[in-house]
Design a protein around this ligand. Structure first.
Ligand SMILES: O=P(O)(O)OC[C@H]1O[C@H](O[C@H]2O[C@H](CO)[C@@H](O)[C@H](O)[C@H]2O)[C@H](O)[C@@H](O)[C@@H]1O
Ligand SMILES: O=c1ccn([C@@H]2O[C@H](COP(=O)(O)OP(=O)(O)O)[C@@H](O)[C@H]2O)c(=O)[nH]1
Length: 488
């Protein structure tokens, strides 16, 4: 079996408190990689001065070997906070109004991709399978091909791929599209994302479609296919079952004192629809006054990307909104919204999911949303809770038995809360069984297998081009160690 090399920006390296960062990519990939073993290259999460970039830090944990690189402060600002999270993220989540396009950030994005290529090159063996993840690293294959790498390289996009009218607003859309065609297999979360990508290629007149999943650009054929990401369904269900024996669980039950619990778990991100959700909960309470004092919303929202201005602004907005609702509707012995602004470990989360009568997973747009899947897996089959799920989350394509809502329709979502809380046991069980069967069939291991089987089964059809293509007037050379970087 070929060695697997995974490359992603985010790697779940535990911090000093032993907490890995919240986020579906890191959680899912760790689970998938633990099963097969391999090398995982990514950002250490640290930034430093240009001269302080040292060799890769190597950490071995079980059968995963982590190779971590620091980035310079400028890299982090331009590539991660800048182009990745202020251009690609908002555009892929249909927030053109929030995209802050800048040439400096764009150049930094391509530069860091070249840097990642330089870090990977010295470690590469001929038959390694390379699996690149997410929007931070779209041009990585093109950089590797330029350096003569002929290995099979796959790419999985964890976030939505938008419709052409949205994607083509991005000034470097062509470089990104062409960059993607250097991969052998491109994975999307849903058919809808793949079709949007195919429409972008067609709109740009790039290559031709050979079949449902095969495309050809120049002489290079590649596969583009949906591979909806899953969770470790049975393991997570087991964790949730055992959580009822913990002190946290008992304390939480005691503090609820018979009130029904609604749960929301999201990184503090504008794509997650948190403000609309709180509005919907407030509307529900106002329209169903008999529910007041009997229902509590627990919103767990770890801070995310705080250095990005739009995220920093959100911290205030959501905290103020929760405070306003609590002030307006709360009583001396009832707080409508419990707002927790930090990350919880997954066993604690699993227990809280299981305790909640209803989960509100209502993003305005989301690649998949693993919280939706975890909530279902954590339920007690004798008395399962109800999943309210945004139709704009990738998970809605699979979890058809959820109560699907339009998060922009605040009143509709409020009515769905009322319906969910009143849903008879038989209906809850039927819906849960349908969703659980899907989650068991397509768990994270099946996701990983499906992608890697396709990647292993492909063969490159052409040699890489000798001349390096231009990347927006920006080039960089590497020393033989692949560690020094120069601007030309
Ligand atoms: O790494 P961060 O900037 O801290 O952000 C966390 C992750 O957010 C995004 O997660 C996505 O991947 C999930 C798993 O496939 C998916 O369920 C979710 O819909 C996506 O938003 C991002 O794509 C990751 O790169 C980040 O690590
Ligand atoms: O306090 C928290 C909040 C979230 N998560 C995990 O972070 C992931 C979030 O993934 P999702 O796909 O829902 O969204 P993303 O944050 O990746 O956009 C899930 O596995 C959660 O269990 C966590 O471990 N602790």
């Amino acid at each position: 079996m070929s060695r697997l090399i995974v490359v992603s920006n985010r790697v779940p390296v535990p911090d000093k408190r032993g907490t890995a960062p919240a986020g579906g990519l890191a959680v899912a990939l760790k689970t998938a990689l633990e099963a097969r073993g391999g090398l995982w290259l990514g950002w250490s999460g640290r930034s430093c001065g240009e001269d302080e970039i040292g060799p890769l830090t190597s950490v071995k944990e079980g059968n995963i070997e982590y190779a971590l690189t620091d980035l310079t402060q400028q890299d982090v600002e331009e590539y991660y906070q800048g182009f990745a999270n202020r251009v690609l993220w908002p555009i892929c989540h249909y927030r053109l109004d929030l995209a802050e396009y800048g040439r400096r950030e764009m150049a930094g994005y391509f530069r860091v991709n070249r840097f990642f290529a330089s870090r990977l090159l010295p470690m590469l063996r001929e038959d390694d399978l390379i699996w690149v993840h997410d929007y931070h690293l779209i041009p990585l294959a093109a950089e590797l091909r330029r350096q003569g790498v002929r290995n099979r390289i796959g790419f999985f996009l964890h976030i939505p791929w938008p419709a052409p009218d949205v994607f083509l607003t991005m000034p470097v859309h062509e470089e990104l599209l062409k960059g993607l065609t250097e991969y052998d297999v491109i994975g999307f979360q849903t058919v809808h994302d793949r079709e949007n990508f195919a429409d972008c290629l067609a709109r740009q007149g790039l290559g031709k479609r050979l079949g449902t999943t095969r495309f050809m650009v120049g002489e290079q054929a590649f596969t583009a296919k949906p591979y909806p990401i899953g969770i470790e369904t049975d393991e997570f269900a087991g964790i949730a079952r055992r959580a009822s024996e913990t002190t946290l669980h008992r304390r939480m039950l005691q503090s609820l004192d018979g009130k029904a619990l609604i749960i929301g778990v999201d990184r503090l991100d504008y794509s997650k629809g948190i403000t609309q959700r709180i509005d919907a909960f407030e509307t529900f309470l106002t329209r169903h006054p008999d529910s007041q004092r009997h229902v509590t919303l627990l919103q767990i929202t770890p801070k995310s990307r705080s250095e990005v201005p739009e995220y920093e602004a959100m911290q205030r907005t959501v905290a103020e909104q929760a405070g306003r609702v609590n002030g307006a509707l709360g009583t001396v012995d009832w707080v409508p919204i419990r707002y927790v602004n930090r990350s919880l470990r997954r066993p604690a989360l699993a227990g809280l999911y299981r305790m909640a009568k209803l989960a509100m997973v209502t993003p305005l747009r989301d690649g998949m949303n693993l919280v939706a899947k975890e909530y279902v897996a954590a339920q007690n089959e004798e008395d399962p809770g109800v999943l309210l799920l945004s139709r704009f989350a990738g998970a809605a394509q699979e979890l058809k038995e959820a109560v699907l809502v339009n998060p922009y329709d605040v009143e509709g979502t409020a009515e769905a809360i009322a319906r969910g809380l009143a849903m008879p046991l038989e209906e809850r069980r039927q819906r849960w069984q349908g969703m659980m069967a899907t989650l068991r069939e397509n768990d994270v291991f099946a996701w990983c297998r499906a992608f890697l089987d396709d990647l292993s089964g492909t063969a490159r059809t052409t040699a890489p081009s000798a001349a390096p293509p231009k990347t927006a007037g920006y080039r960089m050379t590497l020393d033989p160690e692949g560690t020094r970087r120069h601007r030309l």
